[in-house]
Ligand binder design. Structure first.
Ligand code: A3P
Length: 286
């Protein structure tokens, strides 16, 4: 269930929370039947895990480092959201690039046949919670949370956009063998952008010369994206003039909002819900 603080802004479809001003039931109902082509690339993220970063990285890899592409077209036009009806990714010329926050159960069935390529990007959930808390205080289409303490409960219970982080990652990861699948983390991209971009190129079968790679890396830094209005969503209506989609872009910002007690409680829940999950999350920048 969507929470009381969010109930005016969200609606549910098949147990997942969507945004009234952005998503449409009719579009969501069609996604299952979307045709997926061999050349399609889908970056999958839970919100606040680096989606717009992937939009920038994929655009530049596929344009072979052509800066005019990321300087003249908004990210959501170049690499649209699968679940958002405007800028429908199905109308793009191939190779089609898109992002999605959809849970595994709502994706096109064609994707499960191994068509296309899937890049799943995860991020440590404490940083996601803090990033989402600030995001809700920034954008007009979501309710500003009252206190972080209350918001954290909602995040843990999955009463936020797109539902539970725990379910999202577990469901996608458990089914990874159904896809051409690359699993990445926000933290590894942050720690070594160049190596990660090279890894993504390898997975996608794209080759970038060293000079082009330099350009792509430079243009995907937090600094470069922060000043590129086509990459940073500055055009989005906001409630807070000082806020930003590209807020801090660091690992470990959860320490600015979590109390020791909240952190310990979260760790306990994390241990239970992620038991046996074969990935070691990075919680700070050291
Ligand atoms: P913070 O709020 O912690 O700064 P999404 O695109 O999935 O909504 O994720 C947004 C988060 O990714 C924000 O985190 C944003 O700053 C971060 N991000 C986006 N591009 C980035 C980049 N080039 N380098 C580091 N972080 C980036």
């Amino acid at each position: 269930m969507a929470t009381s603080s969010n109930k005016d802004n969200l609606f549910q479809y098949k147990g997942c929370n969507f945004i009234k001003n952005i998503h449409q039931l009719e579009h969501l109902e069609k996604i299952h039947q979307f045709e997926i082509k061999e050349t399609d690339v889908i970056a999958v993220t839970y919100p606040k895990s680096g989606t717009i970063w992937m939009q920038q990285i994929l655009s530049l890899i596929y344009s072979n480092g052509d800066l005019s592409v990321v300087q003249n077209k908004k990210a959501a036009v170049r690499v649209p959201w699968m679940e958002v009806p405007i800028n429908n990714f199905q109308d793009l010329p191939s190779p089609r690039l898109c992002v999605t926050h959809l849970p595994y159960r709502l994706i096109p069935k064609d994707l499960r046949k191994g068509n296309g390529k899937v890049i799943y990007v995860t991020r440590n959930p404490k940083d996601i919670a803090v990033s989402l808390y600030h995001f809700q205080n920034y954008v007009t289409f979501l309710e500003s949370p009252t206190k972080f303490e209350d918001f954290l409960e909602e995040f843990i219970d999955g009463n936020v956009i797109y539902g539970s982080w725990f379910d999202h990652i577990r469901d996608w990861y458990n089914h990874k063998d159904e896809f051409n699948f690359l699993f990445l983390s926000y933290e590894e991209i942050k720690k070594d952008l160049r190596t990660t971009i090279t890894k993504i190129c390898g997975f996608l079968g794209r080759k970038l010369g060293e000079d082009k790679l330099d350009i792509v890396v430079e243009e995907c830094t937090f600094k470069a994206m922060s000043i590129n209005p086509m990459a940073n969503y500055k055009h989005m209506e906001s409630k807070n003039q000082n806020g930003s989609f590209l807020r801090k872009g660091i690992i470990g910002d959860w320490k600015t909002l979590f109390t020791v007690a909240q952190s310990e409680k979260f760790d306990k829940i994390f241990q239970e819900r992620m038991k046996g999950f074969p990935f070691k999350f990075t919680w700070d920048s050291k």
